[in-house]
Design a protein around this ligand. Structure first.
Ligand code: G1P
Length: 251
């Protein structure tokens, strides 16, 4: 398994500090947040990690320059998460699994990636998407999942996925289950991304490519990981990450 960390976003929700330091490099204790995400990938079993950056975020390349398992690629135009992911396609062969960890999503309290790899193994190598329940008034900020067979899901549960939709309105949302920063996908995703047209916000959405894959009957599961995602792309989320990291990991 290889990992892919999209970290090319401009950090506009966290200006002005992100004009001099990428949001992914903000410290959590003595280490950049991105290093904790790299460690999550490694301890989940990733043998190679590709980080997607953009011009101006060379601090990331410099920081990890001594690490032989880390490769850097560029996204030269800001065309969305799906487009950022596609920039790393050359590193992944047919039939390989791609572990995607969003560079601004810190998961505290569990190794979500490792748990997802176990869910995949237990389900014949299916793709797995990490998720969390969100209040209905927030569904329009996330990718939202539709279960194939409805049941009352709780933390630690996996379920078969029937559909997924990016940033639906409250009325159109098929559930309150939100994509939460971690994906373990069959490398077939790159074929779907190669001709993916722009969606919500005029951006090439990873969710839309996954939706087409699901429609083509590739097996997908959702998994509600134990632990909490902290969005470190804005000041509030970053402060929460510091507090919960200190409480849970004791650093
Ligand atoms: C991205 C994904 C979305 C997901 C979210 C949190 O959205 O497109 O499906 O729910 O990350 O993991 P963004 O936060 O980049 O708008």
């Amino acid at each position: 398994m290889k990992a892919l960390i999209p970290a090319a976003g401009l950090g506009t929700r966290f200006l002005p500090v992100t004009s001099v330091i990428p949001k992914e490099m903000l410290p959590i204790g003595s280490r950049p947040a991105l290093e904790l995400i790299v460690e999550e990938a490694r301890s989940a079993g990733a043998t190679e990690i590709v980080i997607v950056i953009s011009e101006g975020k060379e601090l990331i390349r410099r920081y990890f320059s001594g690490e032989s398992d880390i490769k850097i690629v560029y996204q030269h135009e800001q065309k969305g998460l799906g487009h950022a992911v596609y920039q790393a396609s050359e590193f992944f062969g047919d039939g390989e699994k791609v572990l995607i960890l969003l560079g601004d999503a810190l998961v505290v309290g569990c190794n979500a990636s490792k748990a997802m790899a176990e869910v995949s193994a237990a389900n014949g190598g299916a793709s797995v998407i990490g998720c969390e329940r969100v209040p209905l008034e927030r569904v329009s900020r996330y990718g939202i999942m539709k279960m194939a067979h409805e049941f009352d899901v709780a933390e630690g549960d996996a379920f078969e996925l029937a559909d997924i939709v990016e940033k639906p309105s409250e009325e159109d949302a098929p559930s309150d289950l939100a994509v939460a920063g971690r994906y373990l996908l069959d490398s077939k995703i790159f074929d779907f991304l190669s001709d993916q047209i722009a969606g919500v916000g005029g951006e090439i959405q990873l969710t839309d490519a996954i939706r087409r894959m699901v429609a083509c009957k590739y097996p997908f599961f959702g998994y509600i990981y134990r632990g909490h995602r902290q969005d470190i792309g804005n000041p509030d989320g970053y402060f929460n990450a510091l507090v919960s990291y200190r409480a849970k990991e004791g650093r």
